[in-house]
Design a protein. Structure first.
Length: 267
């Protein structure tokens, strides 16, 4: 059985306060993108994990797909499986690729072994693996708050626009991104700001990580500026970076960016 985990972008990201548990409270809008990995499981004599495509840092045994299997195995009698992940979603990009893989593994296991888990139950398993894992269970635009793992649905459809994603040749770790943050409450919630015309987002919707990440990696700031120069209604770094997306009326000419960046069109 095979599924295709997809990426997401953050439309705005406000870090509002530090939590006693070491995490941060935040608010953001998660919006799914159609850049996808491929995740396959088959029954096997022993548990195994293999990956192809983009190299995944770290030990295979710490991969979130395996963690998702062990999490459900604790509660359900499942046989060993062979897992193959073809990685296409850029890593260290703020696109939630690892979280998507974990969430889709939960959905694969639920389908393959008829576990009869509800979406809410699968979301709760996802929350134990990562703050944004639960989003990928229902995979629809949401307003995310608290640690980024509590959601409210939002009416948001960007299908009339042309979305592009640019991945600069840098990697931003989550720890590095949060290390430069100064949390502060917001005056107006993203739930309200996102209702404004897309052409007004540039003035009102921001990503709190950008200020210090742009200082550390000017190439990311250069990409955002170039997207605006080529006609983007709105451009922003996604999540903790390093990817930058742009929302356009029609397909732009980004050939100059392609010389050193990875560019995804019509995402």
């Amino acid at each position: 059985m095979i599924l295709f985990p997809n990426a997401k972008i953050n439309l705005g990201l406000n870090i509002t306060e530090r939590r006693p548990d070491g995490y941060h409270n935040l608010e953001t809008i998660f919006y799914p993108l159609m850049i996808k990995d491929a995740l396959e499981i088959v029954k096997s004599d022993k548990l195994s994990f293999q990956s192809s495509g983009i190299r995944i840092p770290g030990d295979d045994y710490t991969n979130l797909c395996l963690k998702a299997y062990h999490l459900l195995k604790h509660d359900f009698d499942m046989p060993p499986i062979s897992i193959h992940l073809h990685k296409n979603i850029p890593i260290g990009a703020g696109l939630g690729g690892g979280s998507a893989d974990a969430a889709f593994m939960i959905k694969l296991l639920n389908n393959q072994f008829e576990l009869d888990l509800t979406p809410e139950q699968m979301m709760n398993y996802g929350r134990r693996l990562g703050a944004d894992c639960a989003f990928f269970i229902n995979n629809r635009p949401v307003y995310a708050f608290e640690k980024g793992d509590r959601f409210e649905p939002v009416e948001l459809d960007l299908s009339a626009y042309y979305l592009v994603l640019v991945m600069p040749p840098v990697h931003v770790s989550t720890a590095e991104a949060y290390g430069g943050i100064n949390p502060k409450p917001t005056e107006t919630s993203l739930k309200d700001l996102i209702k404004q015309p897309v052409s007004d987002w540039r003035t009102h919707i921001k990503n709190d990580f950008e200020e210090h990440i742009f200082k550390a990696y000017p190439i990311i700031a250069d990409v955002k500026n170039y997207l605006y120069q080529t006609g983007a209604f709105y451009a922003s770094m996604s999540g903790s970076g390093a990817s930058v997306f742009g929302i356009f009326e029609r397909q732009p000419d980004l050939s100059a960016l392609e010389k050193i960046n990875q560019v995804f069109y019509n995402v």
